[in-house]
Design a protein around this ligand. Structure first.
Ligand code: ATP
Length: 156
C-alpha cells in the first residue's frame, strides 16, 4: 500500500530525491498500485536532479530511476505516514501502475538486474513515453526490499 521511489538523472548525483506516497487499499483492489513520477513542473524544475521523459528528450538523457515495492504492508509502513506527500489529483505527475513496472522489468527478472543498493535491487526496464507513445524510454527501476525497510527503521 506504499511506494517509495527516487528519481535520478543520468550523469548527476545518484541520490537526488526520495519520497513516499500512500495508496489506499481500494486503489490496490482496483489494481491501481501506482508509482508517481514527477513530470515537468515548477517543483520538479526547482530540483535540477529530477528527470522526466520530457526533460530526457530535451537533455538527450533517457534514463531515470524509480523505486517501487509491492510487498509492503500497511502495518509495516503505517508508522511512516509522516513521510507521505498528499495525493495531488491535479498535479502533473506521471503515474505508473505496479503492473506496468512489472512488465517493464519482465517481472523483475534477475537477468535485468543492474545493481543493488541499500534499499533494494535496481532493474533495467523499458516504458513508453507519454509524449510520444511510439517511443520507448530506458529506465532504472528500484524495488524496495525488506532489507530496505530495515534501513529505514533506525532513521525514523
Ligand atoms: N539510473 C541508473 N542507471 C544505471 N544504473 C543504475 C541506475 N540507478 C542505479 N543503478 C545501478 O544500481 C546500483 C544501485 O543503485 P542504488 O541507487 O540502489 O544505489 P545506492 O544509492 O547505494 O542505494 P540506496 O539508495 O538504496 O542506498 C548502482 O550502483 C548502479 O550500478
Amino acid at each position: 500500500d506504499w511506494c517509495v521511489f527516487c528519481i535520478e538523472q543520468e550523469g548527476q548525483s545518484r541520490r537526488s530525491a526520495m519520497q513516499c506516497f500512500r495508496f489506499a487499499s481500494w486503489e490496490k483492489e482496483r489494481d491501481k498500485e501506482e508509482l508517481q513520477v514527477p513530470a515537468r513542473s515548477q517543483s520538479a524544475r526547482s530540483n535540477s536532479s529530477i528527470s522526466t521523459d520530457h526533460d530526457a528528450r530535451r537533455s538527450g538523457s533517457e534514463c531515470c530511476s524509480l523505486t517501487v515495492s509491492s510487498e509492503i504492508s500497511v502495518e509495516s509502513f503505517g508508522r511512516y505516514r509522516q513521510l507521505s506527500l498528499p495525493q495531488r489529483p491535479n498535479n502533473d505527475l506521471r503515474i505508473f501502475t505496479f503492473q506496468e513496472l512489472k512488465s517493464a522489468t519482465r517481472s523483475f527478472s534477475r537477468a535485468l538486474m543492474i545493481g543493488e543498493g541499500g534499499f533494494g535491487c535496481v532493474y533495467r526496464g523499458t516504458i513508453r513515453s507519454t509524449l510520444e507513445p511510439r517511443r520507448s524510454l530506458d529506465v532504472a527501476i528500484k524495488q524496495l526490499g525488506r532489507k530496505g525497510l530495515q534501513v529505514i527503521t533506525p532513521i525514523l
